[in-house]
Design a protein around this ligand. Structure first.
Ligand SMILES: C[S@@+](CC[C@H](N)C(=O)[O-])C[C@H]1O[C@@H](n2cnc3c(N)ncnc32)[C@H](O)[C@@H]1O
Length: 205
């Protein structure tokens, strides 16, 4: 495994300074509410799960409690440390790692049955999304599933976000050898009327 942590990605702008308020917000909704439209794609426990941009670890902790072996990659130190403390009762492996390269997840055989990106993909620019999708596809075990929820709507002040063209993700996934198995959409759980969430599921054969 590479020992050098990645350079902090531009996409974490604004997260560290607001960490306390953000953790409270993330933990105010349940895993089942956030991921309800995607849960039918999740493997049975025990499976190897990677939560990328795990934030406070809400989803990573819920999946660990279900019996999965969970790695949480989170580049914002303030969120990672709060998440580690908040969910200390779970056996999450926390890693300071980031897309597009996820260089610390380079162990031979480091493969996952489920990779989860909840509210992360829109932080990557076009080049990062192309490289990131190839990297995620390479980290999926045969038969593995990649799920994402991607924000669409105005960019909050102080954040770095992009509007992701709706056709782009299935195109990138197809080129990386993944099959589209789910596309959905839901409203924002925090009442922001101008924000929508696109949900995606892909599998590797
Ligand atoms: C809106 S939060 C979502 C947190 C968590 N997944 C949730 O649903 O509560 C976005 C997260 O993406 C992380 N992030 C931003 N850029 C990233 C990158 N290049 N690679 C991995 N994570 C990134 C941020 O640090 C932050 O934790």
């Amino acid at each position: 495994m590479t020992e050098t942590p990645p350079v902090a990605p531009a996409g974490i702008a604004g997260y560290g300074a607001d960490a306390d308020a953000l953790v409270a917000q993330y933990e105010s909704v349940a895993f089942e509410q956030v991921l309800g439209g995607l849960l039918h794609l999740f493997p049975a426990a025990p499976a190897r799960v990677l939560d990328v941009g795990a934030g406070s670890g809400r989803d990573a902790a819920a999946l660990a409690r279900l019996g999965h072996t969970v790695t949480a990659a989170e580049p914002t130190a303030e969120l990672r440390e709060r998440g580690r403390l908040l969910h200390a009762d779970t056996a999450i492996r926390w890693v300071d790692d980031a897309l597009p390269g996820l260089p610390l997840l380079g162990e031979p055989g480091d493969r996952y049955d489920l990779i989860l990106l909840t509210a992360v993909w829109m932080h990557l620019d076009a080049a990062e999304r192309a490289g990131g999708l190839r990297r995620l596809a390479g980290l999926l075990a045969p038969g593995g599933t990649l799920v994402m929820s991607v924000r669409s709507g105005p960019v909050p002040v102080g954040r770095r976000m992009f509007e992701v063209p709706p056709r782009e993700l299935p195109d990138l996934a197809e080129r990386a050898g993944l099959r589209l198995v789910h596309r959905g959409e839901r409203a924002d759980l925090h009442g922001r009327a101008d924000v929508r969430w696109l949900e995606w599921g892909f599998t590797r054969s």
